[in-house]
Design a protein around this ligand. Structure first.
Ligand SMILES: [Cu+2]
Length: 179
């Protein structure tokens, strides 16, 4: 048997590319261009990407804002009731400052998210649902304002989805959505 390491016989390197191969190369090249354009277009068209303003802020200053919000919020039995449409959440090892909160179903809130220390993942899932969740990145030095509305009443869990240290798995918060 011939070894696959031996060169094939004849003048194989100057053979012309088969026409079918040329067609397939063209199709894959074209498709790659379509996917690339789609990727860029996806960020511009439609509502599938979380949007909202992001501002640079020092972790200390952001913590002050969260503290001021907590003082203004009404302290109910199962959490803080935001004074208006703004909800402030500060991520820290290994807790969510500002949670638990009590929100109204069907009302649009402006979630302010930021971190006091390292990068965290802000992941919301309702009750025991594991298949339906949203995840946002929380970065120190930034305050991100994302509009959110919850139509279904119930308990929503907030878990950190970005490894942030030894206590990462305990970084859990929740909010309640009421009718
Ligand atoms: Cu974490």
């Amino acid at each position: 048997m011939r070894s696959p390491l031996d060169a094939p016989e004849g003048d194989w390197w100057s053979e012309e590319v088969n026409r079918r191969e040329t067609i397939w190369l063209g199709i894959t090249g074209g498709w790659a261009a379509v996917l690339f354009g789609w990727m860029a277009g996806w960020t511009q068209i439609g509502d599938q990407n979380p949007t909202g303003p992001t501002e640079r802020i020092s972790p200390e200053r952001y913590q002050e804002k969260v503290t001021a919000y907590k003082e203004e919020a009404e302290d109910a039995e199962d959490g803080l009731i935001p004074p208006g449409e703004d909800v402030f959440i500060g991520a820290m090892r290994y807790n969510w400052d500002g949670l638990p909160a009590v929100l109204e179903a069907g009302k649009t809130y402006k979630f302010h998210i930021g971190s006091y220390d390292v990068q965290h993942g802000f992941s919301i899932r309702k009750g025991d649902t594991l298949s339906k969740q949203m995840s946002l990145q929380v970065l120190p030095e930034y305050e991100w304002v994302v509009e959110m509305e919850f139509d279904e009443p119930g308990t929503y869990h907030v878990v950190c989805n970005e490894f942030c240290g030894v206590g990462h798995r305990t970084m859990h918060g929740a909010f309640t959505v009421r009718e």
